[in-house]
Ligand binder design. Structure first.
Ligand SMILES: C[S@@+](CC[C@H](N)C(=O)[O-])C[C@H]1O[C@@H](n2cnc3c(N)ncnc32)[C@H](O)[C@@H]1O
Length: 226
């Protein structure tokens, strides 16, 4: 597993500033954010899978779950009342994710499946889908135009990050579950895919990424979209 190389000059008191990506541990940054200051969380945390891509890239904190419950407790706190969180997760540890979400206070209100046209790995099955849960804090209003819970996956190419999520699936999620003036938070932002989706839709965003390399990539990616 890689070791964290967070920038020492990060000033967490600045993290309330919008449209930026902080290079730090979200367990340091989230407690600095005001309660109920975020409108929507779209996140793709480590799957606790000790994943290693074919070219040898790994994901920080993918070898432990110590961050899971504290991170989602904070995510719940910073979300506005009656709002949503969409979280990808690794199905082998669905029990751990569900326990953390429920302990934080979330209600599970939907499940999204993303069928792939290719096989990402093969063992007892050919593994051909990703999944995410739709979580509610309180009782949000129904979206004006909702979406189906099965969204076709397109291969991102994983050029920027070993588990890079495609914009084509993130865009409809952000559009449906965030409000136009709201802040979209991703505390495990990797190469910044969810933040770019938010930016493309005119939303404010806040990203947190522990790995200095992916943080730099995401900064560059978001800047290129100006
Ligand atoms: C599954 S990846 C996200 C990939 C992202 N969705 C993309 O499209 O590039 C999870 C990310 O969370 C980061 N991470 C792990 N633990 C973290 C923590 N405590 N705080 C902030 N980021 C963390 C990892 O470095 C990794 O880049």
């Amino acid at each position: 597993m890689k070791t964290a190389t967070a920038c020492p000059e990060v000033n967490t008191s600045q993290t309330a500033t919008l449209n930026r990506i902080v290079n730090d541990d979200c367990l340091n940054v989230l407690p600095e954010l005001a309660a109920r200051s975020v409108n929507f969380v779209l996140t793709d945390p480590p799957y606790i899978a000790r994943y290693r891509s074919r070219d040898g890239r790994t994901v920080l904190n993918d070898d432990n779950d110590t961050w899971l419950e504290p991170a989602f407790a904070e995510i719940y706190r910073v979300l506005e009342r009656n709002s949503f969180c969409v979280s990808f997760y690794g199905w082998p540890h669905a029990d751990k994710f569900i326990t953390a979400w429920r302990k934080a206070g979330f209600r599970i209100v939907g499940h999204l499946a993303f069928p792939k046209r290719y096989t990402s790995s093969e063992r007892y099955l050919r593994y051909q889908h990703e999944c995410a849960y739709l979580l509610a804090k309180g009782y949000p209003q129904m979206p004006a135009d909702t979406i189906g819970d099965v969204i076709d996956w397109t291969y991102s190419g994983n050029k920027l990050h070993p588990t890079q999520k495609p914009l084509s699936v993130l865009l409809p999620i952000v559009e449906t579950f965030s409000s136009p003036q709201g802040v979209v938070l991703d505390p495990f932002s990797g190469s910044g895919s969810s933040l770019l989706a938010a930016k493309m839709l005119g939303r404010n965003y806040l990203g947190i990424e522990l790995d200095a390399e992916y943080h730099a990539i995401s900064q560059q990616r978001l800047r290129a979209a100006d």
